[in-house]
Design a protein around this ligand. Structure first.
Ligand SMILES: [Zn+2]
Length: 148
C-alpha cells in the first residue's frame, strides 16, 4: 500500500513579535509575504526584522504567489512527542519562485508524487481554529480546463 503524507501535523505555537507581525497578519489572510531588503533589493527567508545579508532594517513585505519547487526532502519515519502518531511525514526544502528557500512540511501528497523538482504551492494550516496559520506546501494541482 502506498504511503500518503497527510495534512494535520501538530505545530508548536509560533511566537509573534513586532518584527514578524506583518508575516503573521498576511498568513491570517492566507497570503504568503516575504521580507524584501530595500538595500539589497532581494527577498530573504525567514521573516525577521533585518536583512541577513547586509543587516539593513529597511524592509518591505511583498506578497508571494507561493509557488515553488521541492529542492530536497526527507521522509520522517520516527518521531517523538506529539509527532509520534503522525509518521510518516515529509520535511522539505522548497525553493520559491521568488528565489528564497523555505524549510516546511509537504502535505496532501502521495509517495508516488513526492520527488525533487515537484512543483508545490503554499498552503496555511492550523491545528486548531485558534492557532496561528502555519506555512506548508502541497503538490500544485493543474487548474481544470473547462470545456466550451
Ligand atoms: Zn540587505
Amino acid at each position: 500500500m502506498s504511503e500518503y503524507y497527510a495534512a494535520g501535523l501538530p505545530t508548536p505555537s509560533p511566537e509573534v513579535d513586532p518584527e514578524t507581525e506583518p508575516y503573521w497578519a498576511a498568513a491570517e489572510r492566507g497570503e504568503l509575504v516575504l521580507p524584501h531588503c530595500q538595500s539589497c533589493r532581494r527577498p530573504f527567508w525567514y521573516p525577521r526584522g533585518f536583512c541577513p545579508r547586509c543587516g539593513g532594517a529597511d524592509l518591505r513585505w511583498s506578497v508571494s504567489d507561493g509557488y515553488g519547487t521541492v529542492h530536497t526532502y526527507s521522509v520522517v519515519r520516527r518521531a517523538g512527542g506529539v509527532w509520534a502518531s503522525k509518521v510518516p511525514f515529509v520535511l522539505a526544502l522548497v525553493t520559491l519562485d521568488a528565489g528564497v528557500t523555505v524549510q516546511a512540511n509537504v502535505i496532501d501528497c502521495s509517495a508516488e508524487q513526492l520527488a525533487i523538482g515537484l512543483r508545490v504551492a503554499a498552503v496555511f494550516e492550523r491545528a486548531e481554529s485558534t492557532d496561528l496559520p502555519v506555512l506548508r506546501f502541497a503538490p500544485l494541482r493543474e487548474p481544470e480546463v473547462e470545456s466550451p
